[in-house]
Design a protein around this ligand. Sequence first.
Ligand SMILES: [Mg+2]
Length: 300
Amino acid sequence: MKVLIIDDSSDALALAKVRLGKENLAIITAQSGDEGLKLAEAEKPDLILLDVDMPEMSGFDVCHQLKTNKDLCMTPVIFLTGSDNTEDKIKGLNVGAVDYVTKPFDAFELKARVNAALRTKRMQDLLIEYANIDPLTGIPNRRALTERLRKEWMRVQRHGGKLSFIMADIDHFKKVNDTYGHSIGDEVLQRVAKAISSQCREIDLPARFGGEEFAIVVPGESAEGAGKLAERCRQATSDVQINLGTEDVHVTASFGIAEVSDSPSVEALVKAADEALYHAKQSGRNQVSTDTSPEETAKK
Ligand SMILES: [Mg+2]
Protein backbone atom coordinates (compact mmCIF):
# COMPACT_ATOMS: atom_id res chain seq x y z
CA MET A 1 0.00 0.00 0.00
CA LYS A 2 1.04 3.57 -0.66
CA VAL A 3 1.82 6.10 2.08
CA LEU A 4 2.32 9.81 1.47
CA ILE A 5 4.32 11.73 4.07
CA ILE A 6 3.97 15.52 4.05
CA ASP A 7 6.46 17.34 6.27
CA ASP A 8 8.48 20.51 5.74
CA SER A 9 11.48 19.02 7.56
CA SER A 10 13.65 16.85 5.36
CA ASP A 11 15.10 15.21 8.50
CA ALA A 12 11.62 14.19 9.63
CA LEU A 13 10.84 12.80 6.16
CA ALA A 14 14.07 10.80 6.09
CA LEU A 15 13.44 9.46 9.59
CA ALA A 16 9.86 8.44 8.86
CA LYS A 17 11.02 6.72 5.69
CA VAL A 18 13.60 4.72 7.63
CA ARG A 19 11.11 3.89 10.38
CA LEU A 20 8.59 2.55 7.87
CA GLY A 21 11.26 1.12 5.58
CA LYS A 22 10.73 -2.52 6.44
CA GLU A 23 6.92 -2.43 6.29
CA ASN A 24 6.69 -3.25 2.58
CA LEU A 25 5.02 0.09 1.79
CA ALA A 26 5.47 2.38 -1.16
CA ILE A 27 6.48 5.68 0.44
CA ILE A 28 6.24 9.02 -1.30
CA THR A 29 7.08 12.37 0.26
CA ALA A 30 6.29 16.05 -0.10
CA GLN A 31 7.86 19.02 1.68
CA SER A 32 4.93 21.43 1.58
CA GLY A 33 1.16 21.30 1.87
CA ASP A 34 0.75 22.46 -1.71
CA GLU A 35 3.10 19.81 -3.09
CA GLY A 36 1.45 17.21 -0.85
CA LEU A 37 -2.05 17.98 -2.13
CA LYS A 38 -0.88 17.72 -5.75
CA LEU A 39 0.88 14.44 -5.04
CA ALA A 40 -2.19 13.09 -3.21
CA GLU A 41 -4.34 13.94 -6.20
CA ALA A 42 -1.95 12.26 -8.64
CA GLU A 43 -0.95 9.21 -6.58
CA LYS A 44 -4.10 8.42 -4.56
CA PRO A 45 -2.22 7.13 -1.50
CA ASP A 46 -3.85 4.75 1.00
CA LEU A 47 -2.66 6.82 3.96
CA ILE A 48 -1.29 10.31 4.51
CA LEU A 49 1.09 11.21 7.34
CA LEU A 50 0.73 14.95 7.75
CA ASP A 51 2.89 17.37 9.72
CA VAL A 52 0.81 19.91 11.64
CA ASP A 53 3.47 22.60 11.79
CA MET A 54 4.41 23.78 8.30
CA PRO A 55 4.99 27.28 6.90
CA GLU A 56 2.54 28.70 4.31
CA MET A 57 -0.09 25.98 4.65
CA SER A 58 -0.52 24.24 8.00
CA GLY A 59 -1.34 20.55 8.32
CA PHE A 60 -4.86 21.51 9.46
CA ASP A 61 -5.41 23.49 6.24
CA VAL A 62 -4.09 20.61 4.15
CA CYS A 63 -6.36 18.18 5.99
CA HIS A 64 -9.35 20.46 5.47
CA GLN A 65 -8.66 20.55 1.73
CA LEU A 66 -8.27 16.77 1.61
CA LYS A 67 -11.57 16.25 3.42
CA THR A 68 -13.47 18.56 1.07
CA ASN A 69 -12.04 16.85 -2.04
CA LYS A 70 -14.43 14.19 -3.35
CA ASP A 71 -11.59 11.95 -4.54
CA LEU A 72 -9.45 12.24 -1.42
CA CYS A 73 -11.90 12.63 1.45
CA MET A 74 -11.82 8.88 2.22
CA THR A 75 -8.02 8.77 2.51
CA PRO A 76 -7.07 8.39 6.19
CA VAL A 77 -4.79 11.05 7.66
CA ILE A 78 -2.45 10.64 10.64
CA PHE A 79 -1.14 13.91 12.03
CA LEU A 80 2.47 14.30 13.04
CA THR A 81 2.41 16.68 15.99
CA GLY A 82 5.63 18.35 17.01
CA SER A 83 4.97 18.49 20.70
CA ASP A 84 2.77 16.86 23.25
CA ASN A 85 0.20 19.56 22.56
CA THR A 86 -3.24 18.19 23.45
CA GLU A 87 -5.04 21.05 21.74
CA ASP A 88 -3.35 20.23 18.39
CA LYS A 89 -4.26 16.58 18.78
CA ILE A 90 -7.91 17.36 19.40
CA LYS A 91 -8.01 19.87 16.57
CA GLY A 92 -6.39 17.28 14.26
CA LEU A 93 -9.01 14.66 15.06
CA ASN A 94 -11.75 17.26 14.69
CA VAL A 95 -10.67 18.22 11.16
CA GLY A 96 -10.89 14.58 10.09
CA ALA A 97 -7.65 12.79 11.02
CA VAL A 98 -7.93 9.19 12.21
CA ASP A 99 -4.93 9.39 14.54
CA TYR A 100 -1.81 11.32 15.50
CA VAL A 101 1.82 10.47 16.28
CA THR A 102 4.01 12.69 18.42
CA LYS A 103 7.43 13.67 17.15
CA PRO A 104 10.14 12.51 17.60
CA PHE A 105 8.58 9.23 16.45
CA ASP A 106 8.93 6.10 18.45
CA ALA A 107 9.66 3.51 15.75
CA PHE A 108 7.24 0.89 17.09
CA GLU A 109 4.44 3.32 17.77
CA LEU A 110 4.67 4.86 14.30
CA LYS A 111 4.56 1.42 12.65
CA ALA A 112 1.70 0.25 14.85
CA ARG A 113 -0.42 3.33 14.15
CA VAL A 114 0.32 3.25 10.42
CA ASN A 115 -0.55 -0.44 10.22
CA ALA A 116 -3.76 0.06 12.19
CA ALA A 117 -4.86 2.87 9.85
CA LEU A 118 -4.01 0.75 6.79
CA ARG A 119 -6.03 -2.21 8.15
CA THR A 120 -9.07 0.03 8.38
CA LYS A 121 -8.37 1.41 4.90
CA ARG A 122 -8.27 -2.13 3.46
CA MET A 123 -11.63 -2.91 5.06
CA GLN A 124 -13.06 0.33 3.71
CA ASP A 125 -11.78 -0.45 0.17
CA LEU A 126 -13.28 -3.93 0.38
CA LEU A 127 -16.66 -2.59 1.49
CA ILE A 128 -16.71 -0.05 -1.32
CA GLU A 129 -15.81 -2.80 -3.78
CA TYR A 130 -18.53 -5.12 -2.45
CA ALA A 131 -21.09 -2.33 -2.54
CA ASN A 132 -20.49 -1.89 -6.26
CA ILE A 133 -20.21 -5.48 -7.48
CA ASP A 134 -23.06 -7.83 -8.29
CA PRO A 135 -22.26 -10.91 -6.18
CA LEU A 136 -23.64 -13.47 -8.64
CA THR A 137 -21.94 -12.31 -11.82
CA GLY A 138 -18.96 -10.41 -10.39
CA ILE A 139 -19.57 -7.43 -12.70
CA PRO A 140 -20.57 -3.93 -11.51
CA ASN A 141 -24.10 -3.62 -10.11
CA ARG A 142 -26.80 -1.05 -10.71
CA ARG A 143 -25.43 1.27 -8.02
CA ALA A 144 -22.02 1.41 -9.74
CA LEU A 145 -23.70 1.83 -13.11
CA THR A 146 -25.88 4.73 -11.99
CA GLU A 147 -22.93 6.50 -10.40
CA ARG A 148 -20.79 6.11 -13.50
CA LEU A 149 -23.62 7.14 -15.82
CA ARG A 150 -24.17 10.34 -13.81
CA LYS A 151 -20.44 11.11 -13.92
CA GLU A 152 -20.27 10.60 -17.67
CA TRP A 153 -23.45 12.61 -18.11
CA MET A 154 -21.93 15.55 -16.19
CA ARG A 155 -18.73 15.26 -18.19
CA VAL A 156 -20.64 15.55 -21.48
CA GLN A 157 -22.70 18.49 -20.16
CA ARG A 158 -19.50 20.31 -19.19
CA HIS A 159 -17.09 19.39 -21.94
CA GLY A 160 -19.30 18.10 -24.76
CA GLY A 161 -18.65 14.82 -26.54
CA LYS A 162 -20.63 11.66 -27.02
CA LEU A 163 -22.16 9.17 -24.64
CA SER A 164 -24.42 6.20 -25.27
CA PHE A 165 -26.27 3.77 -23.08
CA ILE A 166 -27.17 0.17 -23.87
CA MET A 167 -29.88 -1.85 -22.16
CA ALA A 168 -29.98 -5.61 -22.68
CA ASP A 169 -32.37 -8.32 -21.61
CA ILE A 170 -32.00 -12.09 -21.95
CA ASP A 171 -34.81 -13.44 -24.13
CA HIS A 172 -37.30 -15.83 -22.50
CA PHE A 173 -35.15 -16.12 -19.39
CA LYS A 174 -38.07 -17.31 -17.28
CA LYS A 175 -38.26 -20.36 -19.53
CA VAL A 176 -34.61 -21.20 -18.75
CA ASN A 177 -35.35 -21.14 -15.01
CA ASP A 178 -38.61 -23.08 -15.42
CA THR A 179 -37.07 -25.72 -17.69
CA TYR A 180 -33.61 -26.26 -16.19
CA GLY A 181 -33.88 -24.85 -12.65
CA HIS A 182 -32.44 -21.77 -10.98
CA SER A 183 -28.85 -22.99 -10.72
CA ILE A 184 -28.67 -23.26 -14.51
CA GLY A 185 -30.42 -19.87 -14.68
CA ASP A 186 -27.66 -18.45 -12.47
CA GLU A 187 -25.00 -20.00 -14.67
CA VAL A 188 -26.63 -18.42 -17.73
CA LEU A 189 -26.52 -15.01 -16.01
CA GLN A 190 -22.86 -15.49 -15.15
CA ARG A 191 -21.91 -16.60 -18.64
CA VAL A 192 -23.87 -13.79 -20.32
CA ALA A 193 -22.28 -11.24 -17.97
CA LYS A 194 -18.87 -12.58 -18.98
CA ALA A 195 -19.78 -12.60 -22.69
CA ILE A 196 -20.98 -8.99 -22.57
CA SER A 197 -18.00 -7.80 -20.50
CA SER A 198 -15.55 -9.49 -22.84
CA GLN A 199 -16.71 -7.25 -25.70
CA CYS A 200 -16.40 -3.98 -23.79
CA ARG A 201 -13.48 -1.59 -23.94
CA GLU A 202 -11.65 -0.53 -20.79
CA ILE A 203 -13.66 2.73 -20.58
CA ASP A 204 -17.07 1.09 -21.03
CA LEU A 205 -18.96 0.02 -17.94
CA PRO A 206 -20.96 -3.19 -18.28
CA ALA A 207 -23.26 -3.91 -15.34
CA ARG A 208 -26.04 -6.15 -14.15
CA PHE A 209 -29.06 -3.85 -14.08
CA GLY A 210 -31.22 -6.32 -12.21
CA GLY A 211 -32.80 -9.73 -12.82
CA GLU A 212 -31.90 -10.79 -16.37
CA GLU A 213 -31.22 -7.21 -17.45
CA PHE A 214 -27.79 -5.84 -18.23
CA ALA A 215 -26.65 -2.36 -19.20
CA ILE A 216 -23.52 -0.74 -20.59
CA VAL A 217 -22.33 2.85 -20.25
CA VAL A 218 -20.50 3.66 -23.48
CA PRO A 219 -18.52 6.92 -23.23
CA GLY A 220 -17.35 8.72 -26.36
CA GLU A 221 -19.65 6.85 -28.75
CA SER A 222 -22.75 7.78 -30.72
CA ALA A 223 -25.66 5.35 -30.99
CA GLU A 224 -24.00 4.01 -34.13
CA GLY A 225 -20.74 3.16 -32.36
CA ALA A 226 -22.60 1.72 -29.40
CA GLY A 227 -24.66 -0.30 -31.89
CA LYS A 228 -21.54 -2.10 -33.07
CA LEU A 229 -20.63 -2.94 -29.49
CA ALA A 230 -24.19 -4.15 -28.81
CA GLU A 231 -24.08 -6.31 -31.93
CA ARG A 232 -20.84 -7.94 -30.73
CA CYS A 233 -22.44 -8.51 -27.32
CA ARG A 234 -25.51 -10.01 -28.98
CA GLN A 235 -23.29 -12.39 -30.94
CA ALA A 236 -21.21 -13.31 -27.86
CA THR A 237 -24.41 -14.00 -25.88
CA SER A 238 -25.80 -16.28 -28.56
CA ASP A 239 -22.46 -18.15 -28.55
CA VAL A 240 -22.89 -19.01 -24.85
CA GLN A 241 -23.46 -22.71 -24.51
CA ILE A 242 -24.02 -24.65 -21.31
CA ASN A 243 -23.56 -28.37 -21.74
CA LEU A 244 -25.98 -30.46 -19.68
CA GLY A 245 -24.80 -33.82 -21.00
CA THR A 246 -28.06 -34.67 -22.75
CA GLU A 247 -28.52 -31.23 -24.29
CA ASP A 248 -27.01 -27.76 -24.59
CA VAL A 249 -28.63 -24.66 -23.17
CA HIS A 250 -28.50 -21.64 -25.48
CA VAL A 251 -29.84 -18.16 -24.92
CA THR A 252 -30.18 -14.96 -26.87
CA ALA A 253 -30.56 -11.37 -25.75
CA SER A 254 -32.17 -8.19 -27.07
CA PHE A 255 -30.44 -4.81 -26.97
CA GLY A 256 -31.70 -1.22 -26.97
CA ILE A 257 -29.50 1.83 -27.47
CA ALA A 258 -29.92 5.52 -26.76
CA GLU A 259 -27.46 8.37 -27.03
CA VAL A 260 -27.09 11.40 -24.86
CA SER A 261 -27.72 14.01 -27.57
CA ASP A 262 -31.33 12.87 -27.83
CA SER A 263 -31.98 12.86 -24.07
CA PRO A 264 -32.53 15.84 -21.77
CA SER A 265 -31.60 13.92 -18.58
CA VAL A 266 -29.95 10.75 -17.29
CA GLU A 267 -33.40 9.34 -16.54
CA ALA A 268 -34.54 10.14 -20.09
CA LEU A 269 -31.46 8.40 -21.50
CA VAL A 270 -32.16 5.23 -19.50
CA LYS A 271 -35.83 5.36 -20.48
CA ALA A 272 -34.98 5.82 -24.16
CA ALA A 273 -32.62 2.81 -24.11
CA ASP A 274 -35.36 0.82 -22.40
CA GLU A 275 -37.81 1.82 -25.11
CA ALA A 276 -35.35 0.80 -27.82
CA LEU A 277 -35.00 -2.52 -26.00
CA TYR A 278 -38.77 -2.86 -26.13
CA HIS A 279 -38.66 -2.33 -29.90
CA ALA A 280 -35.99 -5.03 -30.21
CA LYS A 281 -38.27 -7.41 -28.27
CA GLN A 282 -41.28 -6.47 -30.38
CA SER A 283 -39.35 -7.01 -33.61
CA GLY A 284 -38.60 -10.63 -32.73
CA ARG A 285 -35.86 -10.54 -30.04
CA ASN A 286 -32.16 -11.50 -30.48
CA GLN A 287 -31.46 -8.13 -32.10
CA VAL A 288 -30.24 -4.59 -31.52
CA SER A 289 -32.55 -1.58 -31.80
CA THR A 290 -31.94 2.16 -31.73
CA ASP A 291 -35.62 2.99 -32.16
CA THR A 292 -36.33 5.06 -29.05
CA SER A 293 -39.81 6.25 -29.99
CA PRO A 294 -42.07 5.63 -26.99
CA GLU A 295 -44.57 2.76 -27.07
CA GLU A 296 -48.09 3.23 -25.78
CA THR A 297 -48.75 -0.31 -24.67
CA ALA A 298 -45.30 -1.20 -23.38
CA LYS A 299 -45.27 -4.73 -22.01
CA LYS A 300 -42.19 -6.82 -22.48
MG1 LIG B 1 7.11 20.95 10.53
